[in-house]
Design a protein around this ligand. Structure first.
Ligand code: SF4
Length: 433
């Protein structure tokens, strides 16, 4: 905890205690132009300086094709990435030959989860393959408009477990702090699509945050606060520091966690300044949302390395998605790549039944098959917990393949990863149970 931080000195009575930081402006949600012709012509500075976050060859080619006049500094600036996010049919179809279905889905979209992709993440999309995992995760298809039985706008019942706006208190000792409804890139299967990007529904800001902080302060059993959203790492440093310092000074809060997809979709956000600020609020953990091994670019690996070097324990969470990552080899490749950059696979989520999610959802048997194919076949560190977040607000329920076979008088029979049976003498003080 650092009581001398600028954010800590901001008065809570000030109607805008965070508004003074000019360089870290809040993200723009306007549909900014993404086409190179809209940038003023100027001599392009070539990409020669050593970069904190590198630029991969694939992305370099994308920049040359669609943003030939921007500078290295612009591309590597997270504000530029957000301001120039691709949000319209016109913008995306200049970059990708859309399938008929994708075209119709984007053209039809008027409400609900907006379409938004950072230029960086767009550079990872395969223009020739509408079934590519990264493409499917962010480019809408008409399946989004088909509502199936059991689907709901708020399947986890979060709104019913909010004692104050923007805070979910489901488990006794943990609280989920929903800080913003904004994401730099919108995942089409988002559990919080009811609030992400739709500013009419989810309003956040200093007054709402103060209410949530006051609730945590007055609830001593809360020892763990998860800052999420939307994506909290899209907040300016000053606002993030205000939140972190306010929560850190509450004596009964032991651990603060941040849930984010930023290192995968906007690695440029992991600035030296951000990392320096974050490390003041240890113990701080970060859980990063990853979908597919294609996301493990040099850029993302550098972002994760910087966070890990700051002593921040990193975990991952992945939603199991039909046709995107529901193969053991795909997940194994993702998890091995994550371990190499010190991100521990933490959760594999069964996809939540949000409205229009049937085209993304696998069977539960498929999820169990993934765990069966990982457990024993790779190091335990590379095997996440497979969980279903129970509809209606029951919390996360872990699922495992049936390794327990039966109980016998002299112990229990277990099945190992090779399907061989073993007896364990499950006895109390040497006596059969
Ligand atoms: S990053 Fe998370 S909150 Fe944002 S759109 Fe994706 S799943 Fe939703």
């Amino acid at each position: 905890m650092n009581n001398n931080s600028p954010a800590m000195s901001a008065s809570l009575e000030d109607p805008d205690p965070l508004g003074s930081e000019v360089p870290e402006e809040p993200p723009s949600t306007s549909a900014a132009p993404a086409c190179s012709v809209l940038f003023p012509a100027r001599p392009a500075r070539r990409f020669s300086l050593p970069l904190r976050i590198p630029i991969s060859n694939r992305t370099r080619q994308f920049i040359n094709d669609f943003y030939p006049h921007i500078t290295q500094a612009e591309w590597s600036n997270w504000h530029w990435q957000i301001r120039n996010s691709i949000c319209t049919l016109d913008q995306i179809q200049r970059m990708l030959p859309l399938s008929e279905d994708e075209h119709e889905a984007i053209a039809r979209r008027s409400t609900g989860l907006p379409f938004r992709v950072t230029p960086y993440y767009a550079s990872l999309i395969d223009p020739s393959d509408p079934l590519q995992a990264i493409r499917r995760s962010v480019i809408p298809v008409t399946g989004e408009y088909l509502v199936s039985p059991g689907e709901a706008e708020d399947p986890l019942g979060e709104d019913n477990q909010s004692p104050v706006p923007g805070l979910v208190h489901r488990y006794p000792d943990r609280a989920l702090f929903l800080t913003t409804g904004f994401c730099s890139t919108n995942c089409r299967y988002c559990t919080r699509s009811r609030m992400v990007g739709d500013r009419h529904k989810f309003r956040s800001g200093i007054k709402q945050w103060q209410q949530a902080i006051a609730y945590i302060e007055s609830t001593p059993q809360i020892r763990d606060v998860l800052i999420s959203g939307g994506d909290p790492l899209t907040l300016p440093d000053s606002q993030l520091e205000f939140l972190l310092s306010s929560i850190r000074r509450i004596p009964h809060v032991e651990v603060i966690r941040i849930g984010t997809k930023v290192p995968a979709v906007l690695p440029q956000r992991i600035t030296t300044r951000l990392v320096r600020m974050l490390k003041k609020y240890h113990p701080l953990w970060i859980n990063i949302h990853f979908t597919h091994p294609d996301e493990l670019t040099p850029e993302t690996q550098a972002a994760c390395t910087q966070l890990a070097d700051a002593g921040i324990p990193l975990g991952s969470q992945t939603v199991l998605l039909k046709g995107l990552n529901d193969r053991v080899e795909t997940l194994k490749s993702l998890y091995h790549g994550l371990i190499k950059v010190r991100v521990r696979p933490y959760y594999l989520y069964q996809c939540d039944p949000i409205l229009g999610s049937a085209h993304f959802r696998t069977t539960v048997a498929k999820g169990l098959e993934m765990i069966e194919g990982l457990r024993g076949h790779t190091s335990g560190y590379a095997v996440p917990h497979y969980v279903i977040d129970a509809p209606g607000g029951g919390g996360k329920i872990p699922l495992l393949p049936d390794y327990f076979q039966c109980r016998q008088p002299d112990g229990i029979v277990l099945r190992n990863y090779e399907n061989r049976l073993f007896r364990y003498p499950d006895c109390e003080c040497g006596n059969p149970l």
